[in-house]
Design a protein around this ligand. Structure first.
Ligand SMILES: [Zn+2]
Length: 314
């Protein structure tokens, strides 16, 4: 167990279940809605934390009615299949998440690592740290952007916020003043868009969409406490990280790091690469930045080389 409270009430009937290890990947926080329809939002925190939270509130896992998944990632779908076996609860996800939730193969396809030379390293990593995500999950239904999900007195409002993944969805809790920001996670790491189905521009727009809703409280999947002070600034700083990365890449290109493989060896996104398989994600994110830099006319590609374009030059 952890040296911080495993769960805390953030609104009447709404409880934050904190992940282990400060909710760092591959752990993530969940929400438990202790209402007429007992609902878990995401299922990626330590299963003992879910069990203990429910027990402290007078329930057991087998009482659970529903799991709502914010997106298909391993640290979010987590123990959903395991819990579903015990409780026969329904599992809801975004339409675009279905394949990635249902099967491990579907998840690998949405990530895009299936044919990559780091595929086997990544599988070894998954089997070592989150073996349960290789189970098959039964999806009972889907939710849609802006269609409220009622839990009784509590209402969850899906805010489709693609970019991190195509299906990524934040949830307003009883309105938009408190938003479960999920993997618009406000960590120092910054935005993560390392799947083939991720999109940097969509991610920026999703952060702007959240800013437009002007929430007062933001709950991250990977910070142990909700952000209650200066949320707007935190979101703006988080958004700015993408531009900082872009500028760093341009600088590296100008210094002669003129291929993707050279750029990946001096990682821009990851402060350090934890295991070799993560070079796959770094590479994909660098490539996404390069696509944008080409579109914006800031670099061009010639025979696999990245050539800087001079401002205003022909
Ligand atoms: Zn994620």
């Amino acid at each position: 167990m952890s040296d911080y409270p495993i769960h805390s009430e953030i609104q009447p009937k709404v409880h934050l279940i904190r992940g282990s290890n400060n909710a760092r990947f591959p752990e993530a926080n969940c929400l438990f809605i202790d209402d007429e329809i007992l609902t878990l939002v995401d299922a990626g925190s330590n299963i003992d934390h879910v069990r203990k939270t429910m027990k402290d509130l007078g329930h057991e896992i087998r009482d659970l009615d529903r799991i709502v998944l914010t997106h298909f990632h391993i640290d979010h779908k987590g123990y959903a299949a395991f819990i579903q076996k015990e409780s026969e609860c329904e599992v809801l996800c975004h339409t675009l998440a279905e394949a990635g939730v249902r099967s491990f193969r579907g998840l690998v396809d949405l990530i895009g690592i299936g044919d990559h030379h780091f595929h086997n390293d990544w599988i070894e990593y998954v089997e070592a740290v989150v073996p349960h995500v290789k189970m098959s999950y039964e999806v009972s239904g889907t939710f849609h952007d802006c269609s409220p999900i009622s839990c009784g007195e509590t209402t969850l409002l899906p805010i489709h916020s693609p970019g991190h993944s195509a299906d990524h969805t934040c949830f307003g809790i009883n309105g938009n003043d408190t938003i479960f920001l999920v993997d618009i996670d406000l960590t120092n790491f910054g935005p993560w868009y390392g799947n083939v189905t991720s999109d940097v521009r969509f991610f920026k727009n999703s952060i702007r969409r959240v800013l437009d809703l002007d929430p007062k409280v933001g709950i991250s999947s990977h910070l142990i406490n909700p952000v209650t002070e200066g949320l707007r600034q935190r979101l703006e700083d988080y958004l700015h990280v993408i531009d900082v990365r872009e500028e760093r890449l341009l600088k590296l290109v100008a210094q002669g790091y003129n291929t993707v493989s050279k750029l990946v060896k001096v990682p821009t996104i990851y402060p350090r690469i934890p295991i070799d398989a993560f070079y796959f994600f770094e590479e994909l994110m660098v490539e996404k930045h390069l696509d944008i830099l080409v579109e914006d006319g800031r670099v061009e590609l010639e025979g696999g080389l990245i050539i800087p374009k001079r401002e205003g030059g022909a």
